[in-house]
Write a protein that binds this ligand. Structure first.
Ligand code: SAH
Ligand code: SF4
Length: 396
């Protein structure tokens, strides 16, 4: 979500004929976009702001931190503190030389928000308090934004929302949107983030399975392998339901890549709950797991609990989980060796003769072939070196 909002800022700046400065000391103003999901991210942003505030001419802080810790930001030296969506206003005050974005090239891959906010109120999460209720953006606005991006060079779109399954605009559903986006000519790959296990229905999986330009990739956060914990988190599904979704996804989409989020050290998480999480990780064998130790968030329900585990224990569990998953991630990558897949070129790598590409399952793949961003190739995955997959171009 933050990448999408930063892109929005970037576009606003370009449209207003403002260019990026080489260093923040030279800039007329610096915009810092922030996230509040975990305290660590907030503290790092605050620390950075404090350390640079007397070296920049004007410091603007946007994002959730602007809503959550406004006073501290002002004390730290921020000149303007505003929540994201009021930014257009700030920028038009800085410059009113509004230009069209038409001629400005866009990135080869871009994120487009389709749903803002969340109203699931998981017990640990601050997002619903800061981002507000679910608001689906109109299909016309989304399709216009995508068409505009595609017209300026974008070839890969990721549709974003805290829970994209909840997208609904006057009877027009997420599946309707996927179908319409997939029909946009010149758009080569589509993915989306995040799907919620309780809301992911078969129609979404079936649409993925039968639409060529939708990536064979799904991020389905499980959060915990303990039913007791899932209940106290208010996640709205059991491990049994989660397993059923995984079976349906794997049966419908051969070679699909599945990633997830897991938290450990939640209030009330006993050793047995944690072991259930380790065991489901071994059972499901996710391609990648984004792992977090619980971070108490003001305003969320879990912050009020008396049984918050001490930090050392939360960190110990996180370390064990990371160790468990590390081998699985490597094995899952190794399993791809010999497989043929379509890739789309993103950019030249630092090593001149190599290019970064994204595979049809969302895997990063390096190829050795002169190419332009957006080119499609069929490759055979040949080797795994230092955690990176390499592909030999077969055709394209
Ligand atoms: N809407 C998405 C999650 C968005 S936040 C979903 O429901 O899956 C991204 C991830 O941050 C979450 O999946 C969770 O694993 C993690 N997270 C959220 N709140 C957290 C907290 N208080 N402490 C640690 N991790 C947290
Ligand atoms: Fe937070 Fe739960 Fe909403 Fe995800 S679904 S943003 S974890 S409240």
């Amino acid at each position: 979500m933050n990448f999408a909002d930063s892109r929005h800022v970037d576009e606003l700046l370009s449209r207003n004929d403002l260019t990026k400065s080489e260093s923040f000391e030279d800039a007329d103003f610096v915009i810092v976009n922030t996230c509040s999901v975990r305290k660590h991210a907030e503290d790092r942003a605050l620390g950075w702001i404090k350390s640079v505030s007397n070296r920049v001419k004007k410091l603007i802080v946007i994002g959730c931190l602007a809503r959550h810790r406004e006073e501290e930001l002002r004390k730290a030296g921020a000149d303007i503190v505003k929540y994201q969506f009021e930014l257009d206003d700030i920028i038009s005050k800085i410059s009113n030389n509004v230009k069209s974005t038409e001629k400005i090239p866009s990135k080869i891959a871009a994120e487009v928000p389709i749903v803002r906010g969340c109203d699931r109120f998981c017990s640990y999460c601050i997002v619903p308090y800061l981002r507000g209720p679910v608001i689906s953006i109109s299909p016309d606005d989304i399709l216009n934004e995508i068409n505009d991006l595609v017209g300026r060079g974008t070839r890969i779109i990721q549709l974003l929302g805290q829970n994209v399954c909840r997208y609904e605009y006057k009877g027009y559903s997420f599946v309707d949107l996927l179908r319409d986006v997939a029909e946009i000519e010149e758009l080569k790959k589509i993915s989306f983030l995040t799907t919620h296990p309780a809301d992911l229905d078969d129609s979404i999986i079936d649409t993925m399975a039968k639409t060529d330009n939708i990536m064979k990739y799904i991020h389905l956060p499980i959060q915990s392998g303990s039913d007791r914990l899932l209940k106290s988190m208010f996640r709205g599904y059991t491990t049994e339901l989660y397993r059923k979704k995984i079976i349906k996804i794997r049966d419908s989409i051969p070679d699909v890549r599945i990633t997830t989020d897991i938290m450990v050290g939640l209030p009330g998480e006993e050793e047995g709950d944690f072991l259930s999480t380790l065991s489901i990780v071994k059972e499901i064998r996710f391609d990648e797991v984004y792992m977090f130790a619980f971070s108490p968030r003001e305003g969320s329900l879990d912050n009020l609990r008396k049984d918050i585990l001490y930090e050392g224990e939360r960190k110990r569990r996180l370390k064990l989980l990371i160790e468990e998953q590390r081998n699985i991630t490597m094995e899952k990558k190794r399993d791809k060796i010999g497989r043929t897949m379509e890739v789309i070129v993103i950019k030249r790598a630092k090593t001149e003769e190599l290019f970064f590409t994204i595979g049809e399952d969302g895997s990063p793949v390096l190829i050795e072939k002169q190419a332009e961003p957006g080119d499609l190739f069929s490759v055979r995955i040949s080797v795994l070196k230092g955690g990176s997959l390499f592909g030999e171009v077969i055709s394209g």
